[in-house]
Design a binder for this molecule. Structure first.
Ligand code: GRF
Length: 266
């Protein structure tokens, strides 16, 4: 029997991607078992999907954590191993020009919530973490504690646009409103920025006259349900390699970026 990887999932909403991943694991389409489903939102419908399949589920109520931090900032106790300077220097969610106090308050309150995530999902209890409609940014505090080997990222996200176009929370909406003639979705590894990590796989489809935001979202989700399990399987087969690429720019200078190479099947 093939060795299976242990996949943990984080969700915020309906969890149709989660369902596609669970289904693919149950039919043997991917060499993976979903070992837990966590959510930032106690009302996430996707939690029921986990329960229906006997998968352990839990919630870290982000809204409650952040409310408490806002109401009484003096009482916020970041985790003991939280180093604000380090996390601030690494984060790429906010530009360097952003207000320092707001950035610090953001990072500190998120670390409080993220420490709870880490307690619920000890990093050695899973091989791969998939964000499946998880609507929270993760900070370097959390990411570094999961990606203990920098050369082997193991947090994946699915985004409803052809990155690097339209990062953010409404990829299909932004694609549609821009008047794009092609829409799509992207699976990528998570890095310190927002939807900015190395791309693993993408699916594109044509936008037709008469398409609505709803029809695009529907077709996009159907693509997501295929793409995400495919990318998880590539990970399970050990075929995703991250490499640092350097290119000379035509006008001078060098651009450097970490990208994913998909290795051939053995
Ligand atoms: C998907 O469109 C995904 O790309 C985005 O959030 C949505 C989640 O949908 N990140 P679901 O909860 O998996 O149904």
């Amino acid at each position: 029997m093939k060795k299976k990887i242990r996949v943990g999932a984080l969700i915020s909403g309906g969890g149709t991607n989660l369902q596609a991943i669970i289904d693919a694991s149950r039919t043997g389409a991917i060499d993976a078992d979903v070992v837990f489903v966590g959510s930032d939102n106690p009302a996430a419908k996707g939690l029921e999907r986990a329960r229906r399949h006997g998968i352990s589920d839990w919630v870290v109520d982000y809204a409650a954590v952040l409310r408490a931090c806002r109401q009484d900032p003096g009482k916020v106790r970041p985790p003991e191993d939280f180093q604000l300077e380090d996390v601030r220097a690494k984060q790429a969610i906010f530009p360097p020009s952003a207000d320092r106090n707001s950035v610090d308050a953001y990072l500190t309150s998120r670390a409080v919530a993220e420490a709870r995530l880490l307690r619920a999902m000890p990093p050695d209890s899973f091989d791969l973490l998939v964000l499946a409609g998880f609507m929270r940014n993760l900070t370097p505090y959390f990411i570094d504690r999961v990606n203990t080997d920098r050369t082997r990222p193991r947090i994946m996200n699915i985004h409803p646009a052809l990155l690097p176009a339209f990062p953010g929370t409404d990829g299909y909406g932004d694609t549609f409103r821009y008047g794009c003639k092609v829409a799509g979705c992207t699976v990528h590894f998570v890095d310190y920025g927002e939807d900015s990590g190395p791309i693993i796989g993408q699916r594109a489809f044509a936008v037709h006259e008469g398409d609505t935001l709803d029809s695009i979202r529907r077709r996009g989700l159907e693509q997501e349900w295929q793409l995400y399990p495919e990318c998880i399987q590539l990970f399970a087969e050990g075929r995703l390699k991250t490499v640092r690429m350097r290119h000379d720019r035509p006008g001078g200078g060098v651009s450097e970026r970490t990208v994913v190479q998909v290795m051939p099947k053995k």
